[in-house]
Design a protein around this ligand. Structure first.
Ligand code: SIN
Length: 532
């Protein structure tokens, strides 16, 4: 079966939806999404979206905070461009129907998070992402040119090189092979422009506050197609996810610290002053490493986040989702501290793109967490990611519209998916086992504190698993679990390779073998690109 559209968007979070809304007036848009439309990382974002919105704030201050948090690896030009596009991005969201929280004076309420020198985070209580997702999905569903394909997972990109079975330089993207999960059929989606907006890859780690969809599909597909991928060693661990056996790493927003919560040891003593002058509002890499250190030196299972210094009515109104969820686990956050641990949260690396979101394969864009734009450097500043999603949704849309001036030309012929002699597998246990092994290996060997020895060990294990997956892939009918397993293995390998390449500690990459930052040799990105 074959579908064609002008624009193929893979992923339905803030970046993909805002791109779709910008191009839909100019052509047909297919949005492929592997679960239900709102099952995205955007939907889980609590804190908010950073933008300069108050008189006391300035673009310069936001740029400086972003550069500092990113350990000076961010691209200053890109940071400036994104920060200065912030107010327009917020206006776009408001125009699409997003309702941000307001204060008593009926102005937008601005909160603060780690690494920000000013209050500049717009939010919708503690469910900002849910509100954004709601509004954008509603706007997209109304648009006659946008078609959603839920429960469809992209398997691989289709490029000119792939269909000609030879090297093509520069290569050009023609669409993607997509598995219709319910009907177990691989469909050929042809498109003039293909956009990867599949989010991050937290599921590569055993503990993550990402949703189940975060398996790095876009980065893995782009890599397999020959695109350059950058800075994969910079996986951000969120310092505070709920520590509870049933909670599956529920996020406790950094805005809780922004509003005055204090991190404490089990004996009630605060500890962040020992680690950074901004104490509990230090950048995330520093707070996560401090917690990791506290847990290791004391042998504790968690630390505690205490917001009981605030009025109970205020807490319930400002953080209704966190309050209710914790209460559901028997923790009343207005009266007792919250047990917390770090968990994998955000991939700062990804598909290397230019300032318009273009990868080095023609007609292939990557936006949002899937991309590496140069904004986040070695550590993302809190709440800059939703901002990046809207800004690059817009820029990729502008560039796409320039590229499809020859809209009348026919779509090139594409061979349908060849499933060869694949049969249904009776060994699903192998897939489940490999999933588990990769995630444990990454957590234990490629976590918050790294060493060469552990990284080499991880690489060996992951490569063995990849060989097994390769056999499995060609022998058995493709399933979404298998597609995701292949993707997490590919992403895991890239993370380890980049981590081994970077011979220094910077931002989110800390290794005991090179504990210092080396600005002379390493103030640059690491890259990986498949050799054909
Ligand atoms: C949070 O609410 O702490 C998450 C915000 C972010 O990751 O930007």
């Amino acid at each position: 079966m074959k579908q064609t559209s002008d624009f193929l968007v893979i992923g339905s979070g803030i970046a993909g939806l805002s791109y779709a809304l910008k191009v839909a007036a100019h052509g047909t848009v297919s949005i492929v999404t592997k679960r239900e439309v709102s099952e995205t990382a955007t939907n889980l974002a609590q804190g908010g979206i950073a933008s300069v919105f108050s008189e006391e704030d300035s673009f310069e201050a936001h740029v400086e905070d972003t550069m500092k948090a990113g350990a000076w690896l961010s691209d200053t030009g890109i940071v400036k461009m994104v920060v200065e596009s912030g107010p327009q991005a917020i206006t776009d969201l408001i125009d699409w129907g997003v309702k941000f929280s307001r204060n008593e004076a009926n102005e937008y309420d601005l909160t603060r998070e780690g690494g920000h020198s000013q209050r500049r985070i717009l939010h919708a209580k503690d469910m900002t992402g849910q509100e954004i997702e709601r509004a954008l999905v509603a706007a997209a569903e109304k648009h006659p040119n946008i078609t959603f394909y839920e429960h469809h997972i992209a398997v691989d990109l289709i490029t000119e090189a792939k269909i000609k079975h030879r090297r093509v330089k520069p290569d050009r993207c023609l669409g993607a092979y997509v598995l219709d999960i319910e009907n177990k059929e691989v469909i050929t989606f042809g498109a003039r422009i293909t956009v990867l907006a599949t989010g991050g890859a937290g599921k590569v780690y055993l503990y993550t506050c990402n949703p189940d969809v975060a398996t790095g599909d876009g980065v893995a597909m782009a890599y397999r197609a020959g695109a350059t991928v950058a800075n994969m060693e910079f996986m951000q661990f969120h310092p505070t996810t709920l520590y509870h056996p049933l909670a599956k790493s529920f996020l406790i927003s950094e805005a809780v610290r922004g509003e005055g919560a204090i991190l404490k040891r089990s004996d009630g003593t605060p500890f962040m002053a020992q680690y950074h002058e901004l104490k509990d509002l230090a950048p995330r890499d520093i707070v996560a490493r401090a917690i990791d250190n506290e847990m290791k030196i004391r042998g504790d299972d968690c630390v505690f986040l205490d917001i009981t210094n605030k009025d109970a009515a205020y807490i319930k109104d400002r953080f209704p989702n966190i309050y209710e969820t914790c209460l559901g686990y028997g923790i009343d956050i207005t009266r007792e501290p919250i047990p917390v641990v770090p968990a994998a949260h955000y991939l700062c690396g990804g598909v290397a793109v230019d300032s318009w979101g273009q990868s080095d394969i023609e007609n292939l864009f990557a936006i949002g967490e899937t991309s590496c734009t140069g904004l986040h450097g070695a550590n993302r500043l809190a709440s800059n990611s939703l901002l990046e999603g809207v800004v690059y949704g817009d820029r990729a849309a502008q560039k796409s519209l320039e590229l499809i001036t020859d809209k009348q030309s026919p779509f090139p012929p594409i061979e349908p998916w060849d499933s060869g002699n694949a049969t249904d597998s009776d060994e699903e246990v192998v897939v489940a086992h490999n999933w588990d092994e990769i995630r444990r290996c990454m957590w234990n060997y490629v976590g918050i504190v790294r060493s060469n020895k552990r990284l080499v060990r991880a690489l060996r294990r992951i490569q063995m698993i990849q060989e097994e997956i390769a056999d499995y892939y060609w022998d058995f009918t493709v399933t979404s679990d298998l597609v995701e397993l292949r993707n997490i293995a590919t992403v895991a390998e890239m993370i380890v390779r980049c981590a081994l390449e970077r011979k220094e500690s910077r931002g989110l990459h800390y290794t005991i073998d090179y504990p210092e930052t080396d600005n002379i040799h390493w103030k640059k990105s690491t890259t990986v690109c498949k050799v054909f």
